[in-house]
Write a protein that binds this ligand. Structure first.
Ligand SMILES: Cc1cc2nc3c(=O)[nH]c(=O)nc-3n(C[C@H](O)[C@H](O)[C@H](O)COP(=O)(O)O)c2cc1C
Length: 321
């Protein structure tokens, strides 16, 4: 069973089933452009707090950096309730007609139910929401409704990204399966990160749970966790039946990893570097954190292009540090 070449989510058919993950401090417009040119089917902004959008907070709005006309992008939101979600859509739509015309390029919206940050968990959001079924259903239904009513008409795909639960106990109780059932009626796809919220990147993801989610699902499932090579992706597809794969840390190590994933010939190190430099020059970093990330990446790739062996320092999800 070989991995499908394309991936359809709602009204979007992506050129590849490899999605670039939302990554705080990493996946800004320039980074998404490099990944898209290398073969990523779709990339998401880092997690954006809906509360900041509702308050029209300038630095929050800047994270919705869908400024690249050539690379359609999704926005990942952290929402705490359905009202906040509806208000966020209204505000994004309003601003798309005035000060922020690039908001009309948002093709997808994903909701974050995976962020393990203590300030997110304290307000009952992120993975803490997985067991709050009535609330979660209301949020999913609101998302389906705003899409149906084309509040932000460019949005063709709505989805959620979940972990396996808040902790080992929730994982053991398979808290994610009722979420799949809810997503079946409301969302265009579901991304399942095969770890619970107390696990770190060094802990092995549980792909069996991704397979279980897929078995209960009527919508496409995107698997996430430790896919680095095309062989990993094939194996995840074979073991779980997933329809797409989300790539995070492998893209930090090499944003051109999508060439190898899709089976396209990989450019030589100097050509890769030139591509990345060009994309970064075209699209300035969205904030200081992205600038620092870019500088480190470019320094490493320059050293590698000149023949040095330099290992990548892959950050943990900043929220877990
Ligand atoms: C630096 C960093 C930042 C991240 N930021 C986010 C985020 O904003 N939203 C999110 O849903 N996941 C975030 N994640 C988690 C990844 O999207 C992904 O679920 C996780 O790294 C597992 O995938 P991987 O094994 O391919 O790295 C982040 C991960 C890293 C390493």
């Amino acid at each position: 069973m070989s991995f499908p070449r394309a991936f359809t989510t709602g009204g979007l058919t992506l050129k590849s089933p490899y999605l670039l993950a939302p990554m705080e401090g990493v996946s800004d417009a320039g980074f998404r452009r490099v990944c898209a040119q290398a073969g990523a089917g779709l990339g998401y902004t880092e997690m954006v707090r809906a509360r900041g959008i509702v308050k029209r907070n300038k630095s929050t709005l800047a994270l919705v950096d869908t400024v690249d006309p050539e690379v359609p992008a999704g926005v990942q939101l952290l929402v705490v309730n359905e009202r906040e979600l509806r208000d966020t859509f209204e505000i994004l739509a309003e601003l798309s007609h005035s000060t922020h015309p690039h908001f009309s390029r948002i093709v997808a919206v994903d909701l974050n139910f995976g962020c393990p940050s203590s300030d997110v968990l304290r307000i009952g959001a992120g993975p803490a929401m997985l067991k709050r079924r009535a609330k979660l259903r209301a949020i999913f239904e609101a998302l389906a409704d705003v899409k149906r009513r084309a509040v932000l008409p460019s949005v063709a795909s709505v989805s959620a990204k979940i972990r396996l639960g808040l902790n080992q106990s929730e994982r053991a109780h398979k808290v994610y399966l009722p979420v799949v059932e809810m997503a079946n009626d409301t969302l265009d796809h579901l991304t399942v990160h095969g770890r619970h919220a107390q696990q770190r990147s060094r802990d092995a993801p549980d792909w069996r749970a991704i397979g279980e989610a897929k078995a209960h699902s009527k919508i496409p499932v995107v698997g996430n966790g430790d896919v680095v090579t095309g062989a990993d992706a094939q194996r995840m597809h074979q073991e779980t039946g997933c329809d797409g794969v989300m790539i995070a840390r492998a893209a930090i190590v090499d944003p051109c990893c999508f060439f190898a994933l899709t089976g396209a010939p990989e450019p030589a190190p100097a050509a890769k570097l030139a591509r990345i430099e060009a994309a970064f020059a075209l699209l300035p970093p969205t904030r200081d954190k992205h600038r620092e990330f870019r500088e480190e990446l470019l320094a490493r790739l320059r050293a590698q292009a000149s023949g040095q062996r330099v290992e990548a320092r892959v950050p943990e999800n900043a929220h877990l540090r």
